[in-house]
Design a protein around this ligand. Sequence first.
Ligand SMILES: Cc1cc2nc3c(=O)[nH]c(=O)nc-3n(C[C@H](O)[C@H](O)[C@H](O)COP(=O)(O)OP(=O)(O)OC[C@H]3O[C@@H](n4cnc5c(N)ncnc54)[C@H](O)[C@@H]3O)c2cc1C
Length: 363
Amino acid sequence: MSDYDVVIVGGGIAGASLGAEIAHARRTLIVEAEEHCGYHATGRSAAFWLESYGGPTVALLTSASRNFLDRPAADFADDGFLHMRGDLHISREGWAELPEGIDSRRVSRAELEEMLPGIRPEWQHAVLEPGCADIDVARLHAAYLRRFKQSGGALATGSRLAGAEFRAGRWGIQLEDGLQLGASVVVDAAGAWADSVAEACGARPLGIAPKRRTMVQLRIGRSGLRDLPLVDDAAGTFYFKGEGDSSAWLSPHDEIDTDPCDAAPEEIDIAIAIDRFERVVDWSIERVERSWAGLRSFAPDRLPVYGFDPDAPQFFWCAGQGGFGIQSAPAAARLAASLLLQETPDPMVAHIDPALFAPARFR
Ligand SMILES: Cc1cc2nc3c(=O)[nH]c(=O)nc-3n(C[C@H](O)[C@H](O)[C@H](O)COP(=O)(O)OP(=O)(O)OC[C@H]3O[C@@H](n4cnc5c(N)ncnc54)[C@H](O)[C@@H]3O)c2cc1C
């Protein structure tokens, strides 16, 4: 039986980033059920950094992650992970309201027409959030996995945790393929499966609920789309952004309760997305190039959960990252690492109260 200090369940952005922050200090193994670590939510995101997204408490983590994403240390990555885009929060009724302290300004209809050619006349109100950027998610995730391995971490893909028992001060872990592991701490970074993994370890679930979100890539009959701002509806019924010169990514902002699974888009959600899109701009849609869906998993209060379970010994939650798990990953990983290693928080997150994200808030 192999023995570790920490076994992290899940190799998505949550498990990879936390692993990268602790592997220098603890003998750490990431077990990932799939053959590729980015197979689920991490590989299916819309890939943007938007400070206002998720509300003011999530914004603490998103904002604290900005410098790391923009100018990572030279030994972590050659170049930054952000590409500036800006976001237009548009509305037919009134101005979008953003959490306090987020850089934004109102945009006149004339300016809106310049920024978003073809916008239909009923969209009279727009608030620009200039800091919005695209994130190179694949490169960020790969950089975290590389740092994890360089720091001595071990990764086992195609390895699904089946169950674990805490006995005489240590975890005995069974993998689905029959292998057994020992560990002092189990980290639950299993995304949509976070509650199932908790139950398999004898911990009480927190109510982490997976919700399906659909994305559609459209071929559009016009060019010059690539660098247009991200556009979202202040009422939360769609967002879209130019992807290539003549293609756009579109989401109907759906949030459909589902069991954890390999999510796939439904025709009806694609149709809803297109209908909403056509009510915003007069761009002609040539075809749907591809579509996909992923699961965004939320705790009951829609804030992420970082910290030791108050009841289950040596069981650490790193879950509930909802729709902001990429943009908040650098700060979230530092915060979680300080809790797990019981060290003074890194300056990146020293101003953030970890109690905001503690699992004890649900007990
Ligand atoms: C359509 C969509 C758009 C999004 N857009 C954005 C965005 O623009 N910006 C942003 O910041 N975030 C966005 N998100 C959210 C972001 O993708 C997630 O918050 C983030 O990827 C969650 O990472 P994770 O590591 O927790 O989950 P995952 O990437 O799902 O990783 C969890 C892993 O755990 C593994 N696992 C589960 N059970 C077991 C087990 N028993 N044993 C071993 N392994 C197991 C799974 O195989 C999986 O790989 C979006 C999400 C979706 C779906």
